[in-house]
Write a protein that binds this ligand. Sequence first.
Ligand SMILES: [Zn+2]
Ligand SMILES: [Zn+2]
Length: 501
Amino acid sequence: MSISIQFLGAAGCVTGSQFLVTAGDRRVLVDCGMFQGSPEEVERNHLPFAFEADALDAAILTHAHLDHCGRLPALVKAGFRGPIHGTHATADLAEIVLRDSAKLQVEFTDRWNRRHARDAEKATAAAATEATARETDDESFPERLRNAPPEGRTYTRAPLYDEADVEATMQQFRGADYGAEIAVTDGVTAVLHDAGHILGSAIVELRVTDGAEPRTIIFSGDLGRDGSPILRDPTPISHADHVVVESTYGNREHDPHDQAIEELVAAITEVSTDEGVLLVPAFAIGRTQEVIWVLDELVRDGRIPRVPLYLDSPMASRATTVYHDHPETYDEETAALLRSGDSPLEYPGQQFTDTVEASRSIRHAKRPIMVVASSGMLTGGRIMHHLKDFLPDPKCTLLFIGYQGEGTLGRRLQDGGRTARIDGQEIDVRCRVRSISGFSAHADQHELETWLGHFGADGRPKTVFIVHGDPDAAEAFAARIRSGLGMEAVIPKHRETVTLT
Ligand SMILES: [Zn+2]
Ligand SMILES: [Zn+2]
């Protein structure tokens, strides 16, 4: 019997994590993420699955970020009826993420359909005008107009999934504890280890029995960093036959955490002196809770003035509630703070903005203020109207604290772009734009290498597959693994199948 992995996402790019493990007639999917970023990547979400969804035995989810769980409801819609394994916290967070995503899918599809209906109408009208001027059987009649949709018909597209699909998906979730053995399917077991990336995030240890000897495949998922707030450090693993490892920062080192704190203090002091606005684009899940944890600490230690904070993301607020629900996953420091009566997941006097009106009226708030809003890469969400207000204002600071994907507005501004196009409007960038890399939720090159270094002499993987990274990052990391650790490193291509020997 042969065991293989097919790399169906996050291969040659960061998003869309999806790995199909086949052992004989058994099939297990690890992650089923959404492609995000450039329009070409997003379009991949609409392609059919590369396998029969109803022939899949089970799915395992590393964590609740959209690029890891976002296509699960589409999988269920396509006929998958098996269990979805993940930690309890992952199941809770995934519900928030997927419900939000379903709403966006429906809205996005409506817009897409309206736009195409308008185009079709125009084409039909143009064809009609042209037809009255010429005979339609005239050979010179333009091909373009011949192919216009028949009158009264438009091209429409259904949403990837809707809330009912999410409802069905949630029924298939099976929450697990870290360290517990999960019976996945015949001859396949899994153990989830803390990945320290976001609440509930897991490294998946998959054991596949192949005749005599079981084989172990480790999926790193997204790996967090040692010493980051709230969460425990990523679990060191010492034995595997094969490892699939992320490489988001495979070619970069983050600044030390202390330096990140210094930079944050400087940015807050600056807007406080200027009576300006500190605008922080944040990912609703993970980043936001960590930043608030840090801000709470800075106020407690008297290192920053108590600048009012607006948490302008209903999804982030809901995620914070889930963080509250899972103290079993906290690190010792956060657990001790809780015992002492502090509420480290809250900034003193923070204001939630539930409605869009409340969000829009932040522009009139008495300054200085801090605003934390999503989306983190400026690809949509409430941050967009804040950008219109604050980008042209020299007293404001746009502060990036997370990864900015290639092709996103966030990356363009981070790289020094002086204009931004938002809702068809050209906005001048006159505010300060700063980036702090030390708050990343991802291990950097050195930390990834350290984690791989835990595989001992008798547990060394035969192959390390490098995924979840832009090509430069993956290449650089592969070179490090080969030279520094002496392991065989492979960068699989999108949709490539590798048979494990
Ligand atoms: Zn993640
Ligand atoms: Zn990810």
